[in-house]
Write a protein that binds this ligand. Structure first.
Ligand code: MG
Length: 386
């Protein structure tokens, strides 16, 4: 039986790669729902090719264009934020791939879990913002989250067959991004153009900037905590510039398992969609004659302060990581628009975390409020700090 897939954010980096995986295995998957925020041209192209049951465009101003282009097809067409959040509950959907970027992934993911859908989670911000609440919902609605993030997929693969064996430590690898080894002084004047050049991974703008600033690794520590039920001190980030080892798990006996592969997101995407099976793929293979050394180094938490800020928010719990995420989204946007320097991003985040009220046990409404408030406060700090 083919799995019916909904892709939230089908025109982005993860979305388009998910469609490549699906295209390679037409016998395993049916595309049921595709959604995009703005890129109506690509959404139309994808809809004509994969013939989903329904499509949603977030930007309502583009509804007419989408509707017109698909008028001869048997495809339902919707528009707007509300439709984006509701479409995941569609009765025929089995798996929802959350491939959107940022906080906007939260509400659709909550709705999908409530509808009992399996989540292939690429939107790490969902767990960063509201990991505790998401885990409660997953348990209550008896469903599952399968990680798409390459590190978490690696950990998940290492844990397969190990049920009952406690994790001693998770070793989360990081490429170090384009600015590895740079000093604080050198980082002060880097441009968005430089930050957008990632050495190993081809990703969207937001996650590429997060990688350059190490916030991505900070988020991934938080994501790992919620996905695998470990304590903050059990997660060790380590720089591994070759990005061949995608992460490791150390068990109580001291043994370490690692998952390796070429840096290609289609591999973790495919594993999330076909778990526990491993169908043949045409992706690249690691040739160890080309990688004669795999190296490791300690991350520089002083220069890349985001890593420390994320760790602190994880220790604090409550709505702290929600504040961290909102402030980071504002800071990244300001940096990309050249309204804020690279090194001022952690300053904005730290100040926002100091300013916004802490809530120990937030409800979903509290998270929504915290996000809104934190964005406002972060914008004010951007104006003051820039
Ligand atoms: Mg990752």
């Amino acid at each position: 039986m083919a799995k019916n897939i909904a892709i939230l954010g089908s025109t982005g980096s993860i979305g388009t790669q998910t469609l490549q995986v699906i295209e390679a295995h037409p016998e395993l998957f049916t595309v049921e729902v595709l959604t995009a925020n703005n890129n109506v041209a690509l959404l139309i192209e994808q809809a004509l090719k994969f013939k989903p049951n329904a499509v949603v465009i977030g930007n309502e101003g583009k509804y007419a264009e989408l509707k017109e282009a698909l008028k001869d097809e048997d495809i339902k067409v919707f528009a707007g934020k509300e439709a984006l959040a509701q479409i995941v509950a569609f009765g025929t959907v089995d798996v929802v791939v959350t491939a959107t970027v940022g906080y906007s992934g939260l509400l659709p993911t909550v709705n999908a879990i409530k509808a009992g859908k399996v989540i292939a989670l690429a939107n790490k911000e969902t767990l960063v913002v509201a990991g505790e609440l998401i885990n409660e919902l997953v348990t209550r609605h008896n469903t599952a989250i399968l990680p798409v993030d390459s590190e978490h997929s690696a950990i998940f693969q290492c844990l397969t067959g190990e049920s009952g064996n406690p994790i001693e430590k998770i070793i989360l690898t990081a490429s170090g991004g384009p600015f590895r080894g740079k000093t604080y002084e050198e980082l002060k004047h880097v441009t968005p153009r430089q930050a957008l050049k990632h050495p190993n991974w081809n990703m969207g703008a937001k996650v590429t900037i997060d990688s350059a600033s190490m916030m991505n690794k900070g988020f991934e520590m938080i994501e790992a905590k919620w996905l695998f039920g470990v304590k903050p001190e059990q997660i060790q980030p380590i720089i591994h510039p070759q990005s061949i080892i995608h992460s490791m798990v150390q068990f109580a006996d001291g043994s370490i398992k690692a998952q390796l592969g070429v840096p290609d997101m289609r591999l973790p995407i495919q594993y999330a969609l076909t778990y526990p099976d491993r169908p043949k793929s045409a992706f690249g293979r690691v040739d160890f004659s080309q990688y004669t050394s795999l190296t490791f180094e300690e991350p520089d938490r002083k220069t890349f302060r985001n890593l420390q800020l994320a760790y602190d928010s994880m220790l604090q719990g409550g709505n702290s990581s929600c504040i961290l995420n909102a402030a980071n989204e504002i800071a990244v946007e300001a940096f990309l628009q050249e309204r804020l320097s690279f090194t001022a991003m952690p300053e904005v985040i730290e100040k926002t975390m100091e300013t916004v009220n802490f809530i120990k046990h937030p409800s979903l409404d509290d998270y929504v409020e915290t996000d809104k408030e934190s964005r406002k406060v972060a914008e004010e700090w951007v104006e003051k700090i820039k």
